[in-house]
Design a protein around this ligand. Structure first.
Ligand code: SF4
Ligand code: SF4
Length: 107
């Protein structure tokens, strides 16, 4: 069961998660990260690293965010791998915890 990045990562992108992943399955877009479900080995290491609490096991994705399961799979094929931490987006704190951010996702 792979892990999934959900809505609260949009416009946050703290990237604390990527350095702990032993199999480099995070992929980076302009303002969101996704996990490649074909590479994730379910090690659980990334989940507690995310200050935005945006990472969940696939079976535990919050109600209403199930669409992020397919979105992670789709965007992981399109976006490059990220393995080192980078600076969060400048307005990350402002967007943390906001809901209804899917229309903010840049591809
Ligand atoms: S730490 Fe959380 S919010 Fe930050 S990039 Fe990773 S999944 Fe997204
Ligand atoms: S659960 Fe492990 S393998 Fe999967 S994305 Fe997180 S750190 Fe990587």
């Amino acid at each position: 069961m792979p892990f999934v990045v959900t809505e609260n990562c949009i416009r946050c992108k703290y990237t604390d998660c990527v350095e702990v992943c032993p199999v480099d399955c995070f992929h980076e877009g302009p303002n969101f990260l996704v996990i490649d479900p074909d590479e994730c080995i379910d090690c659980t290491l990334c989940e507690p690293e995310c200050p935005a609490k945006a990472i969940y096991p696939e079976d535990d994705v919050p109600a209403g965010q199930e669409n992020y399961i397919a979105l992670n799979a789709e965007l992981a094929k399109a976006w490059p791998v990220i393995t080192t931490r980078s600076e969060p987006l400048p307005d990350a704190a402002e967007w943390d915890g906001k809901t209804g951010k899917l229309d903010q996702l840049q591809r």
